[in-house]
Design a protein around this ligand. Structure first.
Ligand code: HEC
Ligand code: HEC
Ligand code: HEC
Length: 430
């Protein structure tokens, strides 16, 4: 079923690509330059670029595990195949050392490399196109003053015909809404700043907005909940099912410290987002919180939790393995977990984040100390995981029962290995 849908999507892409090909497949090469000296860039501009690179977590997708920063090789897994983040250090042969400022700005705004090839939208230029000319100049200054590293990114692993880059011209024709962010004069300066950052360089919608079969964001369902690397990225609009509605202050706490006591702790792919935001000034975090809170709109109250039938086997597992930490008055007071009745993960339309947390555990930011919560991958069977997950849903949330919990458990176990993916980390608290 899924395969046929994707194949259908590919066919459509091929047809549109053929049309788009004529219109804009061909992009000119921009002349190579000699890599500029560091002294060519004022220090304030480099510092501004450093802040923007944190907001855009450029290092996340452009650094391989254990590799040099920005030297590429990070495997970005998409439903279509694996695309590797490229080397964006100023190395003239394998990086962007010969790229002019114009070539860099064109790649951010239009998704085209210096030589004129179309780039895959795994590089979130559908968001970066909103970045201002000034901020692109700062990002360029920052990247061109990093240590040049000679490193070739591995070839992308994509099925035929997707390796054929001119097809992307068709994709862009359909889905790329090009152009820098424009202020909404009816809104406050803070709202506009937040919108500029969240929609642009910080690309929150890359994970939190659902995508269609061709991998494009469904712009009419902005922030309605999407996904990232086997996790559900919850809705950040009126569709949010968080038991306690989010507001500006709780969003600020979550984005700043990685935890909001009335909601959740940032785990999975949200943890590196928070870590990267740690060097971003308070007022920018506050501005994003203002913008996102505004979009949350009016919420219906959460339904009351249901009753668990007596004799439920999962209740015994919960009492033995979880209650010491998760029930009030438990002996373990070293870290206060979020009250599970308020935990957003249990109220979400999708059980993946709960399973991920229980399987992989929850780690401290540097993973040096003992985990805040141990992973149960080796302790519970798949059946126990499924029953426990269903139990948590019924006991702590009034939302409808989850379907296919067993399928999710099996997939997460195979994707993260039997060790249960202990990469689940939390961001630095304060
Ligand atoms: C979600 C992952 C992701 C993030 C975040 C990301 N990139 Fe990339 N980027 C990619 C991928 C993947 C490619 C390669 C695309 C391709 O091969 O078509 C790429 C390509 C590029 C290129 C083109 C390089 C070349 O050699 O063709 C530039 C420039 C670039 N990124 C800059 C940035 C900057 C600056 C940021 C931060 C503001 C950033 N990227 C953040 C994934 C990402
Ligand atoms: C790489 C993908 C990704 C990006 C980019 C991303 N998020 Fe998330 N976000 C997630 C995932 C996955 C979760 C669920 C984490 C969990 O369950 O602990 C999440 C959780 C959240 C939550 C908690 C919601 C709830 O109800 O539990 C908020 C708020 C949030 N993100 C805001 C943002 C904002 C604002 C941005 C942009 C600055 C952003 N996210 C960028 C993946 C992402
Ligand atoms: C050693 C103490 C400890 C034990 C034992 C423990 N937890 Fe946790 N748990 C935590 C802490 C601390 C967190 C992180 C804060 C938070 O998210 O609530 C957490 C997080 C969670 C979350 C994520 C909540 C969210 O959305 O942020 C879930 C779900 C969860 N635990 C369920 C369980 C289950 C089920 C068990 C038993 C199989 C269990 N925990 C055992 C301490 C513990």
């Amino acid at each position: 079923m899924r395969t046929t849908r994707i194949l259908g999507g590919l066919l459509l892409l091929a047809v549109v690509g053929a049309g788009g090909f004529a219109a804009l497949a061909w992009r000119s090469e921009l002349d190579p330059i000699k890599p500029p000296e560091r002294s060519a860039f004022p220090p304030e501009r480099i510092a501004q670029g450093a802040k923007l690179a944190s907001l855009g977590y450029c290092a996340q997708c452009h650094t391989a595990a254990g590799g040099k920063p920005f030297a590429g090789g990070y495997p970005l897994k998409t439903p279509f195949g694996t695309i590797y983040g490229t080397n964006i250090t100023p190395d003239p042969e394998t990086g962007i050392g010969t790229w002019s400022e114009e070539a860099f700005a064109r790649s951010m705004g239009e998704g085209v490399d210096r030589e004129g090839h179309h780039l895959y939208p795994g590089f979130p230029y559908d968001h970066f196109t909103r970045i201002s000319a000034d901020d692109n100049r700062a990002l360029y200054a920052y990247l061109m003053t990093r240590e040049p590293v000679r490193a070739e990114a591995p070839a992308n692993e994509l099925p035929w015909p997707l390796q054929f880059r001119p097809l992307l011209a068709g994709w862009k024709l359909l889905f790329l809404d090009q152009g820098a962010f424009k202020d909404d004069p009816a809104r406050s300066a803070e709202w506009n700043r937040g919108a500029y950052l969240a929609e642009g360089v910080a690309h929150c919608g890359a994970c939190h907005t659902p995508r269609n079969l061709l991998g494009a964001r469904e712009t009419d369902r902005k922030f309605a909940g999407g996904e990232s690397e086997g996790w559900h990225a919850p809705a950040l609009n009126e569709a949010s099912t968080a038991p306690v509605p989010w507001d500006q202050d709780s969003l600020y706490a979550y984005l700043r410290k990685g935890v909001s006591e009335d909601h959740a702790l940032a785990a999975g792919p949200m943890a590196p987002v928070i870590r990267n935001l740690s060097s971003v000034p308070d007022e920018d975090i506050r501005a994003m919180a203002t913008y996102i809170a505004d979009g949350m709109g009016e919420r219906r109250p959460a339904p009351p939790a249901g009753a668990v039938p007596a004799g439920n086997g999962a209740a015994t597992v919960y009492a033995g393995a979880c209650a010491t930490c998760h029930e009030p008055g438990g002996p373990l007071q070293f870290a206060a977990p979020v009250d599970l009745a308020k935990a957003t993960s249990i109220a979400q339309p999708d059980p993946r984040n709960v399973i991920q947390a229980i399987m992989g555990g929850v780690m401290t930011p540097d993973a040096a100390a003992a985990p805040l919560m141990p992973g149960f991958a080796h302790i519970l069977t798949d059946k126990q995981f499924a029953e426990l997950t269903a139990y948590l849903r019924t006991r702590f949330s009034g939302q409808p029962a989850w379907t296919d919990i067993e399928g999710h458990v099996a997939r997460i176990r195979s994707e993260t290995g039997s060790a249960g993916g202990s990469s689940t980390r939390i961001a630095k608290g304060e």
